[in-house]
Design a protein around this ligand. Structure first.
Ligand SMILES: [Zn+2]
Ligand SMILES: [Zn+2]
Length: 121
C-alpha cells in the first residue's frame, strides 16, 4: 500500500481498513487452528480425562472411565464437550469465530460512518 502523508484526509480511513484486515486475518488463523485438546470432568464422580475432539464432530454421549456413568449434554448445550469439557466443541468454536468476524465488520462499518459524518460537518 502507498504511504499516505499524515495530513491526508483518507489516512484515518486507511488505518481502519488496515486494522480490520489484521483482525480478520487473526480470526481466520484462529479458525484454522481450532483447539482440539480438552479434558472432560465427570459431574458424578469428578473423574477427569484428557480427550482429543474430532475437528468436525460433536459428542452426544460419553461414558466416564471413572464411574461408568453415561454423560449427555446439559439441556441447551449442543454436545457433551460444551457441557463438561474445558473447551467447547469445534463446531461451537467456529460459530464463535464467525460471530467475532461479523462484529468486527460491523464495528469497522460504524467507524467508517462516524468518520464520514465528521468530515462532512
Ligand atoms: Zn464418573
Ligand atoms: Zn458442542
Amino acid at each position: 500500500m502507498a504511504q499516505t502523508p499524515a495530513w491526508f484526509p483518507g489516512k484515518a480511513e486507511a488505518a481502519i481498513d488496515d486494522e480490520a484486515d489484521t483482525l480478520e486475518v487473526l480470526a481466520l488463523q484462529a479458525g484454522r487452528s481450532l483447539v482440539l485438546e480438552t479434558s472432560i470432568t465427570c459431574p458424578a464422580c469428578g473423574f477427569r480425562r484428557e480427550e482429543t475432539m474430532p475437528e468436525t464432530g460433536e459428542l452426544h454421549f460419553y461414558t466416564c472411565s471413572g464411574c461408568g456413568k453415561v454423560l449427555k449434554p446439559i439441556y441447551g448445550d449442543c454436545c457433551v464437550y460444551c457441557s463438561y469439557a474445558t473447551v467447547v466443541c469445534p463446531n461451537e468454536q467456529r460459530r464463535e469465530l464467525e460471530e467475532a468476524g461479523q462484529s468486527i465488520r460491523r464495528h469497522v462499518g460504524e467507524l467508517r460512518e462516524t468518520l464520514k459524518r465528521e468530515r462532512e460537518e
